[in-house]
Structures are given as C-alpha cells and as structure tokens.
Design a protein around this ligand. Structure first.
Ligand code: NAD
Length: 477
C-alpha cells in the first residue's frame, strides 16, 4: 500500500532507500514545507546505475509482449491511485485540480498507449540471394532528467518508451517537485523486476553525475535550453545518445477574420495554461491590427473571470509560481516592462506579501520586438500581445527567435492558416487548437528548442540502436 502523505524514499534496485541528507519540498501556494526527500550522494547514484545495469540483460530479453503487459499494469495501478497522485501534484507543484487531472490521466494514457507500440524489424531486402534486416535493440541504461512544470507526465514520456524498447532507467526528478516521482517509483517497483526503474532525488549535481556517468548510455532530458547545452557537452564525453526537450518562445498568430469574443478564451488558455509555466504556451500573441483592440479587450475581460490562487481550492483557475527562483525571475520581467514604460492591459501589480508565490495575470500591450518580454522565455503568467499587418512580416517576426518548439495560428481563412502555419519553423504547429499531444504524435523542438523527439515510433527509436544484419544466401564456399 502506497502512503502518499509521508515516507518519501528513493527506489533503487526494488528497495526503498533514504539518505542522511535531505531536501525540503515546499508547497508554493503556502510557502510551507510539506515533506523532506533524500539528497542522494554520488555513491547512491552509482548504486542506482549499477542496479539498472544489472537488470538490463534480463529485461531487454524479456520479450516485447511481457514488457507491454507490465506497462499496462503500471497504467492500471496509476489509474487506481489517480486521486492521490493529483492531490500530491497540486501540493508540490501548485497546479489546480483540472491541470493535475490532465497530467496524471495523461501519464496513464501514455503508459497504456506506448504499451501498444512496437518497432518491427525492417526487412530491407528479401531475395533469392540476400536477406537484409534492420533491428532496433535497446541502448542499455537511460538517465532521465526532468523539470518541475509537469513532473509526472514528462517523466512518463521517458520511462514508458525506454522500458518498452528494453532499456532500464534511472530517473532524476527536479529538486522542486520530487514527490510524485518518488511515489511512481514505488508503484513501478511493485510491478517490475528490481533495478528496471530507479528513482534518485537530490540537487542539480545528480543530473551532472548522470550525464557524465560511464555506465549510462542515453540521456533523456527536459529543461532549460542552457541546461540542455550543459547536458550535451557532458554527454559528449562518452558519446551518450541524447534527446533534449528544451525551452520555447512559441508565437500565436491571430488572423483578421476572428470573432474577438469567441477566440478570447482559447487565446487565454493558449497563453496561461499551467500558469504559463509550460514550454508550449503562446509566449507572443500576434493579433492582426484590424482586430487588435477588440481581441485584446476580450482577452482582458476573460482574464478577469479567472481566479489566481491555491490550486487546492476548487474555483482556482491558475495556481502559484512553482518555486521562489522562478517567482523572482517573473518579477524581473514585470519590473523590466515597468522600467521601459510598456503598458499593462491587465496585471503588473504583484502583492509580494501574499501567502504563496502568486503573480496576477499580466498582459503587455504591444511592446517592441526587441523587449525582453518578447525576445525571452519568461515561464510565468505575463504575455505580450503584438500588432501585425502583413503575412510576410508576421511570419518573419514569428521566426525571429533562437527557439522553434511550437506555434499556433488562429482564424477562419483556411488558405491563410495553412500558408502561415507551414512557414513557421517549429516542431509542432497547431491550427485553431493548441496543446493537443498524443503518444502517437512526434513531439520535439527545432533550433535551440531541442534535439530529437518524444512520443510516436520516432520517439521510440531514440531509445534504440540500429542493427543491420545481412545474409548472403549464395553460399558457395
Ligand atoms: P532546468 O533546466 O533548470 O532543470 C531541469 C532538470 O535538469 C532538473 O531536474 C535539474 O535538477 C536538472 N539539472 C540542472 N542542471 C543540470 C546539469 N548541469 N546537468 C544535468 N542536469 C541538470 O529546467 P526547469 O526550470 O526545471 O524547467 C523549465 C524549462 O524546461 C523551461 O525552459 C521550459 O521551456 C523547459 N521545458 C521544455 C519542455 C519540452 O518538452 N521542450 C517541457 C517542459 C519544460
């Protein structure tokens, strides 16, 4: 029986493991300490990697059907505990119930759907004289390093494909949000052989140790672009495979033919879902000048109907900022807008004496393209809206960024939607919708938003080597 209220220990080689040193976990809505978790030493990390290595031969040879069945069992067990996971996620991350439900049930779906996938052998040639087959054997031990904004889902995006393809894994959650992952580790170890899934908690240095560890074969990382560059550099030492899911500065382009009132709620959630602590929220909203004033005013009206508060309260629409450093960072963006005299259409006044790390919904009215709020990724509830006139100009501005994670285009003119969408350089372009993901849909960033992809068969392949076996059938020696 998993106790979701206490006893947060690591899972290593099928055992619950504590440590002498601990880190505190804080509820961002109250700034109070809700738990302490192990702060692992290098030796503990080494023991987790050794356990994963020892479990690899049997797991990789266990057969796809067995691994598929076990992933499905994990999905079922998670679903049984979905309410506990959601409550814990709200406590440690801050997100309201609807967001917690989306994430936890999403994780269940990922386990269940990835369990239906398979990388079939590719028969490249089958003739009278030759047979050539490409197979997809697993890599070995995967190190998964995850951020604090979607602590369960983004871990499951790595665990499910790694396990299905026959790898074993060591997961390191963010030090800000380790609790759900520790509980997921416990749950996995009740189903899987020891050592197949290991969870190690601690500070950033655990991530550094994983990325340089000689016995880790692949890094699956989600986090900041700058951290991703460190990861890639460290992983180069042993030429580990890397999948990097990094930052974004996603544009949303709104055509002149929209109905302002009808589009406003969609644009609002495009920009503020998960309190905008989301790689894929619309971080720059380009509205055609013909409807700019009307759309902005409808957006502000809708924003006024959303309550910012403790995610545990049922009427809360947006929770707090997850951690203090991020809160400070968002305050800096607000200060920078004030310093430059940009106009807030709504928000901008932060009550720093509030019980939690709350920031009011803030919309900045048409700041310059080179302002920090447009050019950078604030990762909090402050979004710039910008005027555009010609398609050529808005496409150029949308692409004027080192990022290329996602984008969205909104309107009724199908040809214009397609024309604009196809010219934005991003891994996912949503048209008249946003934040639609699927275990069968490749997700990844262009430019400095990432390397490789997650989900789909392409994502599965990133957990495998290619191995081509040829047979010359004309044996005459
Ligand atoms: P972060 O880069 O600070 O931390 C991510 C993880 O990396 C944490 O577990 C952290 O402990 C670890 N880490 C820190 N330094 C490390 C190092 N040198 N080597 C190895 N590991 C290290 O990111 P964050 O603040 O937790 O997350 C926010 C960022 O993540 C944003 O930029 C956001 O856009 C991005 N993100 C991207 C996606 C995506 O799919 N592309 C999804 C979610 C978040």
């Amino acid at each position: 029986m998993i106790d979701f209220d206490r006893n947060y220990q690591m899972t290593i080689n099928g055992h619950l493991v504590g440590s002498a040193n601990t880190l505190e976990v804080i509820n961002p809505a109250t700034k109070s300490t809700i738990a302490r978790v192990p702060d692992a030493t290098r030796e503990v990390l080494d023991s987790a990697v050794a356990a994963a290595r020892a479990a690899f031969p049997a797991w990789s040879q266990s057969g796809l059907a067995q691994r598929q069945a076990m992933l499905t069992q994990i999905a079922d067990a998670m679903e049984i505990h979905a309410d506990e996971f959601m409550a814990l996620l709200t406590r440690e991350q801050g997100k309201p119930r609807t967001g917690a439900q989306w994430e936890v049930l999403g994780a269940v779906t990922w386990f269940r759907e990835i369990a239906t996938q398979a990388l079939e052998d590719e028969i490249v040639e089958e003739s009278d004289t030759r047979r050539v087959v490409t197979k997809f054997p697993p890599l070995g031990v995967v190190g998964a390093i995850t951020p604090w904004n979607f602590p369960i889902l983004l871990a499951v995006w790595k665990i499910a494909p790694a396990l299905l393809t026959g790898n074993t894994i060591v997961v390191k959650p963010s030090p800000f949000t380790p609790l759900c992952m520790l509980k997921l580790g416990e749950l996995c170890s009740a189903i899987l052989p020891p050592g197949v899934v290991n969870v190690v908690t601690g500070g950033d240095e655990i991530g550094k140790w994983i990325t340089t560890h000689p016995d880790v074969d692949k890094i699956a990382f989600t986090g900041h672009t700058e951290t991703g560059k460190h990861v890639m550099r460290s992983a180069a030492g042993t030429l580990k495979r890397v999948t990097l899911e990094l930052g974004g500065n996603d544009p949303a382009v709104v055509l002149p033919d929209v109905n302002p009132k009808a589009i406003a709620p969609h644009l609002f959630w495009a920009a503020f879902e998960n309190n905008a602590q989301f790689c894929n929220v619309a971080k720059r909203i380009y509205i055609h000048e013909q409807v700019y004033d009307q759309v902005l005013s409808a957006l502000v009206d809708f924003a006024k109907s959303i309550k910012v508060g403790d995610g545990a309260e049922p009427d809360t629409g947006l929770g707090p900022i997850q951690n203090y450093p991020q809160y400070q960072k968002v305050l800096q963006y607000i200060d920078d807008c004030k310093k430059h005299g940009y106009r807030f259409a709504i928000g901008g006044d932060v009550d720093v004496s509030a019980k939690g790390w709350f920031i009011p919904i803030t919309i900045v009215d048409n700041p310059p393209d080179d302002s920090r709020i447009v050019a950078e990724e604030p990762f909090g509830p402050i979004v710039p809206v910008l005027k555009w006139r010609t398609e050529e100009e808005v496409i150029k501005r949308a692409n004027q960024t080192r990022y290329g994670l996602g984008a969205s285009v909104w309107g009724n003119d199908a040809a214009a939607l397609e024309r604009i969408g196809s010219q934005i350089d991003a891994g996912t372009v949503w048209i008249n919708e946003i934040h639609q993901y699927s275990p069968h849909q490749a997700f990844g960033g262009h430019k400095e938003s990432g390397v490789g992809c997650e989900s789909s068969l392409h994502g599965l392949m990133e957990y495998t080597n290619w191995k081509t076996i040829t047979l010359n059938k004309r044996v005459d020696f």
